[in-house]
Design a protein around this ligand. Sequence first.
Ligand SMILES: Nc1nc2c(ncn2[C@@H]2O[C@H](COP(=O)(O)OP(=O)(O)OP(=O)(O)O)[C@@H](O)[C@H]2O)c(=O)[nH]1
Ligand SMILES: [Mg+2]
Length: 602
Amino acid sequence: MEIRNIAIIAHVDHGKTTLTDAIMTQCGHGDDGSMDSNALEQERGITIYAKNTSVVFKGTKINIVDTPGHADFGSEVERILRSIDTVLLVVDAQEGPMPQTRFVLKKSLELGLKPIVIINKIDKPAANPTKVHDEVLELFMELGANDEQLNFPVIYAIGRQGLAKKALTDDSKDLTPLLETILEHVPPANRSATEPLTAQVFNLGYDNFLGRLAICRIYNGTLKDGQDVWVKEENGKTFTGKVTKLFTFEGKKKVEIPQAESGDIVTVAGMPDIYIGQTLTDKEETPAMPSIKVDEPTISLQFLVNNSPFAGREGTFVTGRQIRERLEKELEVNVGLKVDFNPTILEGQSTIEGYTVFGRGELHVAILIENMRREGYELQVSQPKVITREENGQVLEPFEEVIIDTPEAYSGIIIETLGKRKGVMMDMKTHGNQVRMVFEMPTRGLLGYRNAFTIDTKGEGIMSSRVIGFKPHAGNIEKRQTGSMTSMTAGKSFGFSLWNLQDRGRLFITPAMEIYEGMVIGDTSKGDDLDVNPCKGKQLSNMRSSGKDEALTLVPPYTLSIERGLELMRDDEYLEITPKNIRLRKKFLTELDRARARRKDL
Ligand SMILES: Nc1nc2c(ncn2[C@@H]2O[C@H](COP(=O)(O)OP(=O)(O)OP(=O)(O)O)[C@@H](O)[C@H]2O)c(=O)[nH]1
Ligand SMILES: [Mg+2]
């Protein structure tokens, strides 16, 4: 059977997974379920992990990799591009090219791939496929596409209805025009099974029984179950291993096979130390393929053993060793992640065991923490910091391109706020009463801004960003104008005291919650740190006469999630995460210790 290998790439939410699911359904794999199979993916409606599937259309096998569109998971996409022959670039017919569209297209063009462009969601009321087509063409030119690449085929689609067409005026009832274009346009994978074996690992998986799995593209020769292989790296490192199981994809399912030939994408078990970029060969002299480079992390934070007064109450895995082992396991599959296992972090008089974790953004790290807490881990983390670098005596920091679509009425406040956060406006276009603004700003200025953005635009604004590189440090940034409301007592929170406190700011807690001294229960609108008592009951004497007890209406709390916590937290705070709760706390729990620490800082 002939084979075609493709990846589907786009900006977040432009419809990759919906389209991949529709392809699977129309090729007889509807029972496999959505490509977004992970629990967190389903809850959030985004793809987090790149995944393979395989369908047969008109007697040809099409291997497809569905990739995540969120910029934090860009490292997933980069290496996938090395394993396929063509990309389907999906672009929303209303939004047009967005930051991640540019990033994934740039990487594809650099690798010499010739994309197929899919202008998707043409059913949207404000869709403008013709204009978006022009914008995509412009983007190709801007990114230096060669003539062959510029001559890309275009498909118009409604992924959600499983429809694709070659011209907007065509009638269509399914995805056949897209699948046909794939067969015509994507070069058949090399099927020469006789040459010496060369296969490269581009993704990792894990199986409780089989251990680490390597997902490889076979470039030459034949790979067999039970075969002894050399595993090689470009830098010369070589070791031997044995294939103990070999799988091919049928739909999303892995199916065991005795052997696979060049051109195919397979999953290999049996080598616990195998890693992305390594080459499998059957002859010692066969050279390794060029390694796969992944972009560097941009933020770092500490993962610490929980030492709050509630430590160990709610988690199953709480020790430093357990956290360490979990992080080591994560490193096996999470390519954008790095960890410094230097084990202790000093905090005042005491030491807390912990490690420094480096990630590609707040969401990247938040997903890891969320997974850990669901597995029963308990820990606390420090405020995420941007990673800086020194070059020729100059400090550099990561910068991002930010695209904002918002009703015009909110553009003023956004320009003002981003200006304070060192954002520089690069472009501004108005369509009707909508504005699209493009900014360049340090990642540091963006940290903690998403939440304010939602509030400033009353939920109507859309913001997306991606790292464009390291640039000279932009100087000091004045951030949150709010302060923390910290409990000065331990006990159970009382509705009455919360009712009194809610005028001073926004509360994170509800009545009848267990509180400890030093726990941050809200933020203050005035901007000062405030020590409060949320556990104070009402004096019984005034209660009866007033008769207004039922009238104590509490504003719904601003419940902390991991992402909200990471955004809100300040340098002198930790975010405590357990399977049951997320709490914000001061590093120093008593006011006296905080005062001491402040004095030391001066
Ligand atoms: N109007 C319209 N909406 C669509 C269409 N295709 C997908 N959507 C919606 O767009 C949203 C995002 O779809 P996904 O398929 O998850 O997008 P994605 O590109 O895989 O997103 P990430 O993997 O997170 O980058 C969902 O709410 C879909 O229902 C379409 O053809 N028309
Ligand atoms: Mg997706």
